[in-house]
Structure formats: C-alpha cells, structure tokens
Design a protein around this ligand. Structure first.
Ligand code: BDP
Length: 610
C-alpha cells in the first residue's frame, strides 16, 4: 500500500486537527448517531489517544465505542478526480460513515486503510463520522480479557484487562488524509534488490488500476540522492542495474528514489499519474549462524520500544519520533524492534533515512493465557481458547503490504511471547510463517520472541524460525536481585539452545530491569539505577562469550504507561530513558558499550569468542 504523497498528478489534504468526539455508553449504534450531527460532543485532537485528555477516570478506562466527527469540505473540482480517504491507524476497530452512509470498516489498530469516497461525497460540506471500538478479546490482536460483571450494589462493571504490558490507548492514532489520484492510477510498487559486485540490481513490479489500466504505458526511473537518473525502464515488471551502487546500511543509509509514471499508450502529452517511492539497495540473509546485511555479519544493538508519550498516548507525534531516533543514535544503537505492533509509517520512513535497522512486529501480543496476568490459576489451553488466527493472518498481510519496500526492515517478528511451549502452537504458527514467506517479496528472515517458559526443552516452534529471539528476565522476574544467579542461568540456557539448534543465530530481544529515575543504591538493589545498569552489564558479559548471539535489544527504550497493577509504578520503568526521554544511568552504560561495538563483524573479533 502506497504512502500518500503529493506529486505532479496527486494532491494530499490533511484532515488532522480538532474533531468532535463523544463516548458512547452503549446506545449510539441503536440510535444511529451517524445519521445526524453528533450531539453533546467535546473537542478531540486527531491524531491522539482519547484516554488521557479528559480529567475523568471514566474517559481513561472507557471500554467500548466512541464517536469522532468532522466536517469535510470538498471543492467541486476535486470530485472529478478519484478521491481517497485514508486512515493511518485507528485503534482498534473502525466503521467510517460519510454523510450518514457506511463507507468502510476496518479491524486492527496499527495498519492503514482507505476507501474511495466519490460515490458518497457531495460538493461543499460533507459529514465524516468515525465509530471507533477499543474492545479487545480472545479473537483480536492484541489479546485482552473482556469481562462484564455485576457489583454488589447492582451496578455493572465492564473491564477489558490487557493480556499484555502496555496501556490500551485508543482512538484515531495516526493521520487522516484525503488524497486524489487520476482515474487510471499506480496502486502499488514492489521493489527488491540484490548486489552484483559493485552494482545493484533492482527488480520492480508496478500495479496499475482504474479505468483503462490495460492501455497505459509504465515508465520507471531510478534516481540517486541528487536526483540524477541512474537507470530507467518500462513495463510493469523488470530488473534494472545501478552501476557502482551505494548500498543502504546503518552509518550510510543511502536512499534512491523509484519514480514511476503512467503514460497514454502512445507516450504523448503529460504523465497520467506519477509516484515516487524511496528505497535502499541492500541484502539480508541468515547464513552459517550469522545475520548478514549486505553480505556482512551484522550485530544488533538497540532496544524494544513503544509508541507512548504523556498526554497524547499512542497518537503520532513526529517530534517524538525524531527525538527517539536521535537518542538511539546517541546511544550508538543501530536498530530497534517495533514491539509490540507496527509503528507509524512516518517513523518507518525516518528509520530509512537515518539508517536504523528495524525488526517489524505484528500486534500479536498476549497469546498466552497462563503467563502472569491471566485470571485464575488453573492451567488453561491457550490455543484452544484463542480465536486469533484469522486476525493474525490479516495483520501479517497488512503489515507486509505496507512495509515491504522499506530498507530499514530486515526481519519480521510474527509474535511476541506466545505460548510456544503449549500444545497447538506449532499448528498455529506453521501456516502463518509459511504465509509470511510467501507474502514478502524480499523474503526477509522471520522470528518470534520467546518468553521464559519457552525453553530449549519445552518450546515447539524455534526450529521454524530463522533467528531465535529470547526475552529473558533472569535477575528480575526470576531470581530478582541475584545477578550471579542470573549470569549462571542465562549462560546455561544459551548453551542448551546452541545444543538444540546448532548454527541458529540467537538475538536477545528483551532483557532489563525496572529503575525509578533518581533512586540510587550501592551495592545495587532492585529498582535503583545502579541495579538496572549492573544487570545489563552482567548480561553483556554472557552475550559476548556466546558465539551464537547476534545481537542485544534492551527492554525498554523509555518508561511507558501500562494498566494499573501492583507491579507497575505509574507504568513500566524498564526504560533506559524516562518517559520524557531523560537518560538514566543505564543509558550511559549502554552508550559506552555500543559506541565501541562495530555494526559489522563484532563476533569475529577474537576477544568476543568463548
Ligand atoms: C515481556 C514483554 C513486555 C513487558 C516485559 C516486562 O514482552 O511487553 O513489558 O516483559 O515485564 O514479557 O517488563
């Protein structure tokens, strides 16, 4: 799916700003609120989460539907064009109405969706209404425990407790835009690249749609960063050679532009449609126990993150995006994971530009009914109770469709901490992994991050993955406060993985400890800044000695909001930065380490071998 941009043939209109908003206590659909202007509405910014903008706990904790509405003024001349309304992301389900008529519905809170509006739009004023539902349950991604109960005073309590460790922010989280295309238009561009000596080979496929699509000619040019044409071709499919290519990689994130034009069959006049897709030339492969980027063994240094900030919650804030990526570079990091859901397209485009490598994750989190937060203590059968498979497949399709051309994306994470030690996991994941391999034109490696109960002895899916990704909390949830025990347990587990799957690379995809900024202790105790830093250092000694380890992602980049609970102090404090992005001691520890570790060839240095 193409990102909306202005070109010679396309216009983009921003529909962000203040909309009308109303919480729905339950009767909105029955009363058809979409048929007339929203009553009793309050102002609400888009994009933003609605949860923390009011002062009432009831707003923050609302479970169910909310309504957004705005006026959409459409100049008459625009209706002669193909007009598309596009939502960057609405969490978690949306039903969109235009002038009271249903336009498009979408399930899944982290990927874009769009619809042509010409049939329902009128010149002048239009009413755009969006019904948003934040309910999560055992059929959705992420997974939550939806519950209705009667309290002793007769009142009804509805809760939807996340089966995951971040606050269930909701609303219109990413930009809303209206854009035009000509009647015959470029629907999609698919790019893959290879290196051939000093040259780059770029294969392309252009998908043309709309009236008369068979009759148009496709022309394509590859431009370098200065805008000079370095290769050109025609037709909907082909391969082009870039002489003396500048590959994309961290440290030198060189981007080319693929300019696609549609022309009338006889090639006369002006282009009918044009689009510019930025791309990098680079290769990714897992071979001989190494993660190869442009044929060189890459070492991942970085963090798991969240889209999370005070006030606007999970709503896109491009200032925060820029700040975060700059701080990652300040740390000497070269990568991050979009834990636990696809991040905004705007951030992905920045990662391409700034040269940060991304592990791109679908919102499959909470697929474990026996880990900590599950209600009741009886052993449950996760894969019998969850009905997420269809949604999981859709999320994977939409993520790969959106992000397939990004140079920064080097691996897909198909789930975070699912119950891979339980019966049914392999049958659940095998088809999804197969599908991901079919869908990705670049055939990127696949991983799933494994939780602590998925051990070399109990896990049932790791052999299907290209990289074993481990989330480990020795010294925190297991043997908290005991760093020597943490060291011994981590060492022993890594050894067991190397025995079970020799030659399979291992990424430590999460490790860390909560630290309350400003809390200090010596010798270090849990929650102090010193303990967080000391835990990371203990892990690093073990990781450096293990040849199978191809990278380290600390949990988490910054403190973040969660559901309230007895283990969370206004959120999860495992950030190496505070929620407002100020460094804790651990950030300095990591900076000293990561600036000394090269992006390539780290484990080939003799000192890092066991
Ligand atoms: C891991 C989860 C992550 C949590 C983290 C923690 O993948 O989402 O925030 O634990 O408990 O299990 O801090």
């Amino acid at each position: 799916m193409l990102y909306p941009i202005m070109t010679d043939t396309r216009e983009v209109f921003d529909l962000n700003g203040i909309w009308q908003f109303r919480l729905d206590p339950g009767q909105g659909l029955a009363e058809r609120w979409y048929e007339r202007p929203l009553r009793e509405s309050v102002p609400m910014p888009v994009p933003a989460s609605f949860n923390e903008l009011g002062a009432a706990a009831a707003d923050r904790d609302h479970v169910g539907r909310v309504w957004y509405e705005r006026e959409l003024l459409i100049p008459r001349r625009l209706l002669e064009r193909r007009l598309v309304l596009r939502f960057g992301a609405v969490a978690h389900a949306a039903q969109v109405y235009l002038n009271g008529q249903p336009l498009v519905a979408h399930r899944g809170g982290f990927t874009p969706f769009e619809a042509e509006i010409n049939a329902l739009a009128q010149p002048g004023k239009n009413r755009l209404t969006v019904l948003v539902d934040n309910t999560l349950d055992y059929s959705t991604l992420p997974v939550a425990h939806y519950r209705e109960e009667q309290l002793p005073d007769g009142s009804r309590l509805v809760t939807d407790i996340p089966n995951f460790d971040f606050f269930n922010y909701a609303g219109i989280h990413r930009p809303v835009r209206l854009y035009t295309t000509p009647a015959t238009y470029i629907r999609d561009i698919v790019l893959t690249s290879a290196l051939d000596g000093a040259d780059g080979l770029v294969s392309y496929r252009v998908v043309v749609d709309g009236v008369g699509r068979e009759a148009v000619a496709v022309r394509l040019r590859l431009l370098d960063a200065e805008g000079r044409t370095v290769a050109s071709g025609q037709g909907t499919e082909g391969q082009l050679r870039i002489k003396d290519v500048q590959p994309w990689e961290p440290g030198q994130p060189y981007l080319y532009t693929c300019l696609v034009e549609l022309w009338d069959g006889d090639g006369s006049g002006e282009p009918l449609d044009s689009y510019e897709e930025p791309f990098g030339v680079r290769t990714v492969a897992v071979e001989d126990g190494q993660f190869l980027l442009n044929g060189k063994p890459f070492y991942f240094k970085g963090c798991g993150k969240h889209e999370d900030f005070p006030i606007h919650g999970r709503g896109l804030d491009e200032a925060v995006c820029v700040k975060d990526l700059n701080l990652l570079r300040w740390l000497g990091a070269n990568s991050f994971r979009t834990s636990h859901y696809p991040y905004a397209e705007e951030l992905m485009r920045l990662a391409d530009r700034l040269g940060l490598v991304v592990i791109d994750e679908v919102p499959a989190v909470g697929l474990h009914l026996n880990l900590g937060s599950g209600p009741g203590s009886a052993r449950r059968q996760t894969w019998r109770e969850l009905t997420t498979a269809a949604q999981h497949e859709q999320a994977l399709r939409e993520l790969i469709a959106r992000d397939k051309n990004h140079a920064c994306v080097v691996m897909w994470s198909v789930a975070n901490e699912p119950a891979t030690e339980e019966e049914g996991a392999r049958a659940y994941f095998e088809p999804l992994l197969r599908l991901a391999r079919q869908l990705d034109p670049q055939c990127r490696p696949l991983t799933i991050t494994l939780q602590m109960w998925a051990t070399p002895a109990s896990d049932t899916v790791a052999d299907l993955l290209d990289v074993i990704a481990l989330n480990r909390y020795y010294g925190w949830y297991v043997h908290g406060g005991r760093l020597e025990a943490a060291r011994a347990l981590l060492q022993a587990e890594l050894r067991e993985w190397m025995k079970r799957l020799p030659g399979k690379p291992i990424l430590l995809s999460e490790y860390g400890a909560d630290a309350l900024a400003g809390m200090h202790d010596e010798p270090p105790t849990m929650f102090s800044e010193e303990y967080q830093a000391a835990l990371l250092q203990t892990y690093h000694e073990v990781l450096d000695a293990c040849p199978a380890v191809i990278g380290e992602h600390v949990w988490n980049f910054a403190d973040f909001q969660t559901e309230q609970g007895i283990t969370r102090v206004q959120g999860n404090r495992k950030g190496i930065f505070t929620r407002d992005r100020r460094p804790k001691l651990a950030a300095h520890t990591l900076r000293a380490r990561w600036r000394a570790i090269p992006d390539f060839g780290y484990k080939l240095q003799p000192s890092s071998r066991e």
